[in-house]
Write a protein that binds this ligand. Sequence first.
Ligand code: FNR
Length: 383
Amino acid sequence: AVLRRMLSLGDFEEAARRRLPRPIFGYIAGAAEDNVSLRDNRKVFDEYGFTTRVLCDVSQRSQAVELFGERYSSPFGIAPMGINALSTYRGDLVLARAAQRAGIASVLSATSLIPLEEVARESPGTWFQAYLPGDQARIDALIDRVAHAGFRTLVVTVDIPISANRENNIRTGFSTPLKPSLRLAWDGMVRPRWVAGTLLRTLLHHGMPHFENSFATRGAPIVSSSVLRDFSARDHLSWRHIEAIRRRWKGPLVVKGILSVEDALKARHAGADGVVLSNHGGRQLDGAVSAMRILEAVVAALGPCYPVLIDGGFRRGSDVLKALALGARMVLVGRPFNYAAAVAGEAGVLHAIALLRDEIDRNLAMLGAKRCQEIGPQHIVRR
Ligand code: FNR
């Protein structure tokens, strides 16, 4: 019933705010420092407008795209997000399953709470996103584990040399390790549905959640202070580590978190099969530009054949089509799918996917295009 009121991706945010404990909602919605990058991720779309073509016979439309030798039913996928399993019961599986059903790409996060082997078994098309452990031996062991589980596409996120300043987490009482507090207890009392449906159900059936997928072996429980030790010490990593991964990983390799033409060229040089332009949803360097602002230049430098993906603030079909017009091959969407899972589990995510897909379909028709591949610079102008 609640899904009938969800008319656009943006509607899920308010609904999720009412369902999730404040620290958890804040962790998802939040960004870094003054949210300058977070705002830029939305603002940028207003700076572009479409030019349309009419009377094109668009009766036979398809938004399917091909990427890394796979066919996807839509030009958008689900971005990797940590701790999804605190938004809804078995959150990572919920998102992966919905994506699989809908035929879109989805990426399992390194900071997820469900063993990657389980996700690969249930939803074999899922991509895996890694954060690199601090030394080559542990990187190799993680890569081998991911390959052994059957993942085909590996995304390495490189925009977290150190943790960002996420003041909002402190303000709302979210931390890793998660600390039980009076505030959390109160928050639970006013959201009994989350406590029963997500927290207790998880503890009962699976015990204390652990960071399962950051290393070759199970990581720390989310309430343990060794979490911090595990995630620090990445600041010395360099392109040599990407080259080493390239030698080890046989499938498609994607570098996520690129925000300059220079680095996009370095990623290709290191052997990556694609890049994700991203400011991490505004959650890392506050003031970093929206990836949309460098998209055209990156595509110009790398050529039309090299897969350039992008994320950050995409909420409408029109946003997705603006990125395609500037040369992106696929768009990743984060928060709205997390909220949708929190609101209505797999049905919520499927509904969100359908909304975005319908918007893209309508907009394709009004642009005068039958396929995403026809969308190009001829459809867009800077205001
Ligand atoms: C993220 N993001 C992220 N990225 C990544 O590579 N690994 C991760 O574990 C996470 N974790 C994560 C958690 C949460 C709650 C959010 C909101 C985001 C960043 C994510 O993949 C993506 O870059 C942005 O979320 C895209 O922006 P939108 O669509 O959320 O605006």
